[in-house]
Design a protein around this ligand. Structure first.
Ligand code: PGA
Ligand code: ZN
Length: 447
């Protein structure tokens, strides 16, 4: 007998790109092969994220084991899901949320819950004999058949390949260098197809590495997400190298390729002050950080800034949005944590104009899609994102195409946990059904 009813649920501990344990879940429908998902893990995590359950057993893997989360899947979650219809994602996720019973998924663990939530998608795809991207599209349509956005390119309406936002140089908590800011990224806004965009990115990446090495910085050592991790003299010097890399690739900064930043400011924010260390101790208040960012926006082709201010600094964020929101994409990552209540607060108070979407910040697929839908309905750009701890799992590549979100942030183009996603997009780019909006998504702020 075969059906889309869940017959088995099984989890195990596997390892992520930092060599840390994480949760893998397999779910099988009656008579079909199991579908499988692996949960990612962050390093610069927001304090409002759903809880990632770790064993805390100091004698094993520095307390980072996830055996308790695995056991929660193999016992309680398995009992709750066996017999459910794998194609009914919203029911499955609701069951998981209720079974956990806490506001931040701290009883069973967001890692246990998300593993089960996503494995159900892959189980359903096996049973229905469709590609994961089609199954994600089916689920997205149930959420938002009529989501329409005022943004150019109408993100969220039709499935499409994303504009990638790709890390060139890494700092902050992701690299051993001395940069305060976490990511210096490029956005190939002028490319007319995903494969062209990707070719431009890898070309710039190679040039940035070569230029760093030539200038005496190690252009081969990379951070957690594959961006170079040089010990530069200042935060601004990283921008100069990225611009030089774009030019060395024969591309035009600001026309073909723009720059993005993930300031990830929470990690250097203490009691109302932003402490920068790259060029000697400096303590700034929010408006001084905004002055610095505004100065950079005036002098460099910066089109996107993430977590420019701290996750609790709502007043500072309001000022940042007033001053830069009409010419820069301002992304809330730690600020919104893919949580629709926090995003709603941002919308109501005129804070940011974009939201980073990370499945494990909230812990189920359904809640993730609800946050994306809320963003799109309010003209906020959703940017689907990986974590700094990743695996071969390609969920976010299929998800970003299926939802037509328009933008993807996966880290750099070295390290195969990143390439797994980019290569999946190259496969999907062969499918005529998926268009490419690319940099046109930013027409409203670039013209
Ligand atoms: P994280 O970093 O996964 O370590 O949180 C990614 C980001 O801040 O965007
Ligand atoms: Zn971030």
């Amino acid at each position: 007998m075969t059906s889309t009813r869940i017959q088995n649920v099984h989890a195990r501990e596997v390892f992520d790109s930092r060599g840390r344990p994480t949760v893998e879940v397999e779910i099988a429908c009656e008579g079909y092969r199991a579908g499988r998902a692996i949960v990612p893990s962050g390093a610069s995590t927001g304090v409002f994220e759903a809880l990632e359950l770790r064993d805390g057993d100091a004698d094993r893997l520095q307390g980072l084991g996830v055996r308790r989360a695995v056991e929660n899947v193999n016992s309680e979650i398995r009992s709750a899901l066996v017999g459910q219809n794998a194609t009914d994602q919203q029911t499955i996720d609701q069951l998981l949320i209720e079974l956990d019973g806490t506001p931040n998924k701290s009883r069973l663990g967001a890692n246990a819950i998300l593993g089960a939530s996503l494995a159900a998608v892959y189980a359903a795809a096996e049973a229905e004999d469709v590609r994961p991207v089609d199954q994600f599209r089916f689920i997205w349509n149930e959420h938002s058949t009529r989501v329409s956005s005022g943004r150019t390119g109408n993100p969220g309406l039709a499935s499409c390949l994303p504009l990638p936002m790709v890390n060139m140089i890494s700092g902050g908590k992701h690299a051993g260098g001395n940069l305060d800011f976490q990511d210096y990224l490029i956005l190939p806004v002028g490319a007319t197809s995903y494969p062209q965009a990707f070719e431009w990115i890898v070309t710039v990446y190679q040039h940035v590495g070569r230029l760093l090495t030539k200038s005496g910085f190690e252009g081969v050592l990379v951070g957690d997400e594959g961006g170079y991790g040089p010990k530069l003299a200042s935060n601004e010097q990283a921008l100069d190298f990225v611009v030089a890399g774009i030019e060395a690739a024969g591309l035009r900064p600001g026309e073909d390729v723009c720059i993005g930043l993930d300031v990830a400011s929470a990690h250097f924010h203490h009691e109302g002050k932003y402490r920068l260390a790259a060029t000697g101790e400096e303590e700034l208040i929010a408006s001084e950080v905004i002055n610095l960012l505004e100065d950079w926006v005036n002098r460099y082709p910066i089109i996107s800034i993430e977590d420019g201010l701290d996750e609790n600094d709502w007043d500072g964020w309001q000022e940042l949005t007033q001053r830069l929101g009409d010419r820069v994409q301002l992304i809330g990552d730690d600020l919104f944590v893919t949580n629709k209540e926090r995003l709603q607060r941002g919308i109501d108070s005129g804070v940011a104009n974009s939201v980073l979407i990370k499945l494990n910040q909230i812990g189920t697929l359904t809640e993730t899609l609800q946050a994306m839908k809320l963003a799109l309905e309010n003209d906020y750009w959703p940017v689907v994102s990986a974590r700094s701890g990743e695996t071969e799992d390609t969920t976010i590549a299929d998800l970003v195409v299926a939802t037509g979100a328009g933008q993807l942030k996966v880290g750099s183009v070295a390290r195969s946990e990143r390439l797994a996603k980019y290569n999946q997009l190259l496969r999907l780019s062969e499918c005529d059904a998926f268009s490419y909006v690319g940099g046109a998504i930013f027409d409203a702020i670039r013209n």
